[in-house]
Design a protein around this ligand. Sequence first.
Ligand code: EPU
Length: 278
Amino acid sequence: MKTGDAQAANLTSMRCGGRIAQLITAESKDELLRLLAGINEYIILGGGYNTIFSDGLMLTPVIKLGEAFEAVDADASGMLYAGAGASIASILTVCREKGLSGMEFMAGIPGTIGGAIRMNAGTNDKGIMDVVSFIDLMDASGSRRIEKAGIDYGYRHTALPSKAVITGAGLSLEISSPDDVRARVSSFIEKRRNQPRGLSSGCIFKNPEGSSAGYLIDKAGLKGSRVGGAVVSDVHANFIINEGSASTTDILKLIAIIKDEVKKQFSIELQEEVIILA
Ligand code: EPU
């Protein structure tokens, strides 16, 4: 088990936030179990692509899963098992090699499968839960497996016990060919060409039912709006870009401005997709 302090900026793709007093990396399931049995409150961090820490000192321990949780295995029937810390990219590499289809819509989405499952990450009409078959969870009482039929999920939402740590998941994929999977991965990456580069947390807001947050923010005339080093992307309005010097305070102020303006112009309350940890 590795323990130390850390800077939130080094753990998150938005690259902002304050100091984390205790960052703990669990290197095995045994270590994780001992850790969970010993602390009451904790934050589990995946790839940090959808999480923003406040600028203050974070006293709640932050747990990351080590390399032992990154394995990806697939069998000939199309069942793939991934440790929660496996990146979407590494899972797609296995899918391409073995010709397994079903995950292609996740191409270009950064982060780990554990993080993706927590929020049912995906596109506007599809989420990772569509291909999940079961999830392995751990809490202070031990490990358990939940079949998909027992999980309530929807657009950017998976209902799992908040204290449970996802340690891995089984994905149910279809047998295809490496060439077909590669071609479909490329077409999904092509579709993401309207998404900006630069430091960000991906889409900041969920799409409201029947509409698109990016479209609304754009139509509200907010592209290019800025607070300090945080700016609404000119490429896709549902992205806030940290130009390098943004604090979380800047980002939160910009989020508030966007919500106010969209509400004023369209009477729609945007809801954050990013998780902001105070
Ligand atoms: N649009 C604008 N202006 C903009 C951005 C978008 O007019 O600045 C319009 C587009 O022209 C399009 C519509 O809004 O007609 C929807 O835009 P887009 O196709 O980019 O899809 P989205 O709804 O903004 C969703 C997901 C993305 C995912 C793409 C993949 C959400 C909140 N966003 O974006 O997910 O990559 O579909 O197709 O569900 C994320 O969750 O972090 C994320 C980036």
